[in-house]
Design a protein around this ligand. Structure first.
Ligand SMILES: Nc1ncnc2c1ncn2[C@@H]1O[C@H](COP(=O)(O)OP(=O)(O)OP(=O)(O)O)[C@@H](O)[C@H]1O
Ligand SMILES: [Mg+2]
Length: 324
């Protein structure tokens, strides 16, 4: 089977910013692929490029076998795209919203009814379908928005931060809806800043930072890259952080806001007690100490040298709505 996405040397600049910097990526069909990265990493830019909404400067990109430069129409036919903001009409029912989209897609009245019923069923909204959307919860609206991108029965669904801003219950509902879709054969490429989301949904995860792909693998592969267990020490006083980092060993990363030191650990509980003991002996007060398995956060940290929630670069200019 040909890859769903095949990108080589993708480059896209905005002024001095390299939003995509010589990015290579191949994604096989039949799976959920998550692009994980901090604010400003280039996730939205990549999604917009795949969706033919942003023009590529350099490199080649094939989506479902079609070149985004020369076969844009075929690419658009193969994909569905849902952004962060639900674009549905609150006064209409869920079913009416989907029928409207289907008509825009060129379906006949009859075809639009069938398509909307199929999508409501796919997303578990059949019962809610005859209610006005203004009575929907945020999570239901997001699902309906997802539904709008499914009316055209795309081979590949592109989702840019599908659960940002949702409460935990709505997130779980949306995840379940996505899992059903995938089980029914739709490929998904989604972006997220949430490690647990990538962990839960994705077959493969690509970590993107500064417009480059820094690692690709399953959640387990990526975690095993981050090495063994992790030692986490939270101090009572942030003034002790630098001294404690020297005493703890293993070149810990320092999270100043959280007064936390994190370092790899190979010797289990004995080593944890020994190393934490070195701090207490030096008169440094410990608020918390823990040994844990590496998370995707640790992977990210070990690959990029900073945590995923390090939001230095919060200028959030690249929305899906804006024109290319
Ligand atoms: N239209 C634009 N004009 C200028 N700069 C842009 C534009 N779109 C994106 N950028 C810049 O390109 C870089 C990548 O942006 P992008 O929106 O792709 O990041 P992101 O990973 O989606 O971030 P976020 O998690 O905040 O959504 C950022 O530095 C951003 O400021
Ligand atoms: Mg974005």
């Amino acid at each position: 089977m040909e890859p769903m996405l095949e990108a080589t040397g993708l480059t896209k600049t905005y002024g001095q910013t390299r939003a995509l910097d010589d990015l290579d990526l191949t994604v096989a069909g039949g799976q959920v692929f998550a692009l994980l990265g901090p604010n400003g990493a280039g996730k939205t830019t990549l999604v917009r490029t795949i969706a033919t909404l942003a023009r590529l400067e350099k490199g080649t990109l094939r989506v479902a076998g079609h070149d985004v430069r020369t076969e844009g129409a075929q690419v658009r036919r193969a994909i569905g795209l849902a952004g962060q903001f639900a674009a549905v009409e609150p006064a209409l029912t869920g079913r009416e919203n989907l029928q409207m989209v289907a008509r825009l897609f060129g379906h006949t009245r009859r075809g639009a009814r069938d398509a909307s019923d199929r999508v409501l069923e796919q997303l578990g909204l059949t019962d809610a379908g005859s209610r006005p959307v203004r009575t929907y919860s945020g999570g239901m609206r997001r699902r309906l928005d997802l539904g709008a991108s499914l009316v055209g029965a795309p081979r590949l669904l592109l989702l840019d931060e599908p659960t940002t801003g949702l409460d935990p219950r709505s997130r779980t509902e949306l995840w379940a809806a996505l899992e059903d879709l995938v089980a029914q054969g739709t490929d998904v490429v989604l972006t997220t800043q949430y490690l647990d989301e990538a962990d839960r949904l994705a077959d493969q995860i690509g970590i993107i930072d500064h417009g480059r792909l820094v690692a690709v693998g399953t959640a387990n592969e990526l975690k095993s890259r981050a090495g063994q267990d992790v030692l986490d020490v939270r101090l009572a006083d942030s003034a002790d952080l630098d001294r404690a980092a020297g005493l703890l060993g293993g070149e810990p990363t320092i999270d100043r806001a959280d007064r936390r030191l994190t370092a790899p650990l190979t010797g289990g509980a004995t080593e944890m007690l020994h190393r934490a003991g070195a701090l207490t002996e030096a008169g440094i007060a410990i608020a918390d100490v823990a040994l844990r398995r590496p998370t995707l956060d640790d992977v990210f940290l070990s690959l990029t040298g900073r945590p995923t929630d390090d939001t230095d670069d919060t200028d959030d200019t690249g929305t899906l709505e804006e024109s290319a």
